[in-house]
Every structure is written in C-alpha cells, then in structure tokens.
Design a protein around this ligand. Structure first.
Ligand code: FES
Length: 230
C-alpha cells in the first residue's frame, strides 16, 4: 500500500470513528536536500534572519520561502484550504525550532516571486504594511501573513494562509531537507493562471515535474532583481 492509499485509508478509518475535527496529514513528496548554488548542503546555522531564502518544491514551478524566525516561536494550528481541505501546519525545525517554510504564492491573487520581481517577501524587521516585525507581506494588494503561526492571515484581502512545506533537520549534520507540502489542487490553480509564463521559464510541462534529490536555496534578494518594500 503506497503512502497516498494509506492516507486515504486513514481518512476513512478516522471518520468512521467519529472524530469531527480531523485534519489531513501533509502530503509526502520526495525528500530533497536544500543546497547552496555550488551544491554544498545548506545548514540550519547558515539561514539568516533578515530575509527569506527561495527554493523550488515540491514541483519545479512552485517557489517556496525558507524563513528563520529568529527569537519567535513557531506554533501549529489547523487550517482550512479552499482548494486542499483541512491540514495542520508542521512545527518549525532546527536547533531552536525556528525554521519554517511555505509555498511563496500569495493566496489572494497568486502573486509569486520571479527572477524579475517579488511582491511577496518576508519583512523581518517590520514594514509599513506588516506593522510588527517578522511578517510576510504582499505588496500586490496588501495581504499580511504571520510565518510564526503557520503563515496565517493577519490582514489584507486574502482569506487564507500561505500553504505549508514540511522541513526536516538532521541534528548530526545540521542539514535541512524538504519532505512534504500541502497544496496539490492549489498548485494546479496556480499553473492554470500562469501557464504561459511558466512554459516560457521552465519549458512545456517541466514546471509540473517533481523536484528530486536537491533544491538550490538562495536569498530572495538574489533570486529576484526587484523586491519592493511596502
Ligand atoms: S496577490 Fe497578494 S495581496 Fe493580492
């Protein structure tokens, strides 16, 4: 029985037992190592607190943010995604449990970082739109998310959190991996919206392929030429 079948079986089994507030587990994708552009493993101790790092996961056309919350604690809670149902965001990882990751696609109107620009960013030190420090802000229309609380909506036009990515941390090597995510249907909606743009960047169908083995992570200021402040 593969993992997805097991998940479906579990779903039926739990519902049959009458649990009302049950959230689906995060979907397993290939476990991939986060690496530097030269291929060296990215270590938890190398993730700075001043901006997000960008990597592709679980599909080549899906950008994600890796965030070091610094002194802020990561909490978990159950959310409802209009595309993918209920889920509980994974806890932070690393020696301090303060490393988290999310799909970097705004759940309002799907703004996302490209090599040209990113209107969605982690405002570590605070911003006019985000108010307090440590918020993810989307300058497209003013949505604000809190990455310490599962990227829950704080304010603005979005009604939903950013989708979560599950990380793992090897305490022996300090290396980071991505192991799962929520958002299969959300990804499809994103692909439909940006099909032409994604084909141009990645090639036909390539943006839908699963990332295997490793993903390069770079600071957002390196990934995007323009990162507007708001
Ligand atoms: S797309 Fe992000 S606030 Fe509208």
């Amino acid at each position: 029985m593969d993992r997805r079948c097991f998940t479906q079986w579990c779903s039926g089994a739990v519902l049959a037992q009458g649990f009302a507030s049950w959230a689906a587990p995060i979907e397993d994708y290939a476990s991939i190592a986060l690496v530097h552009p030269d291929g060296a493993p990215l270590k938890a101790s190398e993730v700075g607190t001043d901006e997000a790092m960008v990597f592709a996961y679980p599909l080549k056309g899906i950008p994600c943010y890796l965030i070091n919350l610094g002194d802020r604690k990561s909490s978990t809670q159950t959310f409802t995604s209009p595309d993918d149902g209920d889920y509980t965001n994974p806890p932070g990882v690393g020696p301090k449990g303060n490393l988290v990751a999310f799909v970097a696609i705004c759940t309002h109107q799907l703004s996302y970082p490209t090599p040209v620009a990113s209107y969605l960013r982690y405002a570590a030190g605070g911003s006019e739109l985000g108010g307090g420090p440590g918020r993810i802000v989307c300058c497209a229309h003013g949505s604000v998310y809190d990455p310490a609380q599962g990227a829950a909506r704080v304010s603005g036009p979005t009604q939903n959190p950013l989708m979560p990515v599950r990380l793992s941390h090897d305490t022996a090597t300090d290396q980071l991996s991505a192991t799962g995510a929520v958002g299969r249907k959300f990804f499809e909606r994103f692909f439909q919206n940006y099909k032409g743009e994604l084909i141009e960047r990645f090639g036909p169908g390539v943006y839908r392929q699963e990332v295997q083995d490793s993903a390069v992570a770079v600071p957002l200021s390196t990934y995007s030429r323009q990162v507007p402040a708001c």
